[in-house]
Design a protein. Structure first.
Length: 217
């Protein structure tokens, strides 16, 4: 994986986590959550896969990528501040985070060298993080600290990392990856990924089946 692909993965994970935390304000059944996560998987895959064909089209913006990410860092912080101070409605916060995430994914995907398999795995991570973080929100809502503060801290992390991306993007893009050798044995690594995804799928099915039985009773 190149660093740009690594940036993309972090963006997807933080976006899915932020979205799940914001959705924690709503009561969503596990069945509906699974459907929402599946939609997020499909949208993420389409964005990542199709953005690879925008490499040439976005070349004119390439020198401004750092400025764009810096702007996103400021916007995410503004969303966090507005949400905590009750100056920004929840649905507006969700819409703004969605827009920032979509544009960021398109920009990073257009400059990364991801394969079709990578796109599927990245999208699966979105599905898994969104589903499981929402399950955690059921406990976080009852925490001693206000739930809005917990969300704001995660948004702040998102903003800080976007700021770091803005500072390091140009250097990461110009790296010569032929100078580095992989320190991972890829086959066992991919096997661990398969196992992890399999376990998560089984747990998700368990949540959905349990929710369905609860609804029928």
């Amino acid at each position: 994986m190149d660093l740009i692909g690594g940036y993309l993965l972090i963006i997807l994970l933080l976006f899915a986590g932020n979205l799940a935390l914001l959705l924690g304000n709503y009561k969503i059944s596990n069945v509906k959550l699974a459907v929402l996560s599946a939609i997020s998987f499909a949208v993420s895959f389409i964005l990542i896969y199709l953005s690879a064909y925008l490499n040439t089209s976005l070349m004119l913006l390439l020198d401004y990528f750092s400025c764009i990410f810096l702007l996103f860092a400021v916007l995410i912080f503004a969303v966090m501040w507005g949400y905590v101070k009750d100056k920004l409605q929840l649905k507006h916060s969700i819409y703004l985070i969605l827009i920032i995430a979509v544009v960021s994914v398109v920009l990073f995907s257009s400059q990364s060298n991801l394969t079709l398999f990578d796109s599927i795995v990245y999208s699966l991570f979105v599905f898994i993080v969104l589903f499981f973080v929402y399950q955690i929100t059921k406990l976080l809502i009852h925490a001693k600290r206000p739930y809005s503060v917990i969300i704001s801290e995660f948004m702040c992390l998102f903003s800080v990392l976007m700021f770091i991306f803005a500072l390091t993007y140009d250097s990461a893009r110009q790296l010569d990856y032929t100078m580095f050798s992989s320190f991972l044995i890829l086959t066992p690594t991919y096997q661990l990924i398969y196992v992890g995804i399999g376990i998560c799928v089984v747990l998700i099915l368990g949540f959905v089946l349990n929710d369905s039985k609860g609804g029928n009773s």
